[in-house]
Ligand binder design. Sequence first.
Ligand code: FES
Length: 224
Amino acid sequence: MPEPRAPEPVVPDAAGVVYGAPVSVEREQSQSRRLFLRGGLAAVFAFVAAGCTPGHKRARSAATTTTGSVPSGADSGFGSRIDVGRFDTIVASIAQTGTPRYVPEARAYISPFPATAAAAARAVYPAEARAALDAGVVVLYQRCTHLGCRVPWCASSQYFECPCHDAKFDRVGESRAGPAPRGMDLMAASIEQGRLVIDTGSILAGLPLGTDTTGQKPAGPYCV
Ligand code: FES
């Protein structure tokens, strides 16, 4: 059996995402907790500073109005429920760019799911992923199900392609080739008050090998 290829050099892309290096769920969660605590401290200092000004009551009232539409229970750290923004805006941006939307704080991609395949997919997708499916998207965890490298999107093939050992996944994360033991893992998501909320604490096992609900073929050359 041929030896697996050595991982590519670790180089961040334009969005600061590092591919070609295995990541662990625990490390991502602790990194996120640190960022969250830092953000929380900054918010406390900002609040105290606002309290020192005569207009602080007006400022607090304006802040309540601004955040009033955020679904309850939504948080900002990996491992929690993350409010990603207005669902219709996200869908429009995906349609405009033709590229799945990467959400760094959720370590996930939001990828469109063809309406023609949704009925067949409903029968095999986990129940927690069906609300997103019914709305026309899947939320895919970025971590490769082979050995954990981050998986980037390839614009030419229109597949997700892992740079470490060549696993390939189609647009909805179902495995198409390579050593991954299943499709990309999914995250539970819901549409609440018109906003997409991803539950990053609920990572669902990807679909078994051989699942092909969309029949998508590569649109051009592979990146890997
Ligand atoms: S980590 Fe081996 S193919 Fe992705």
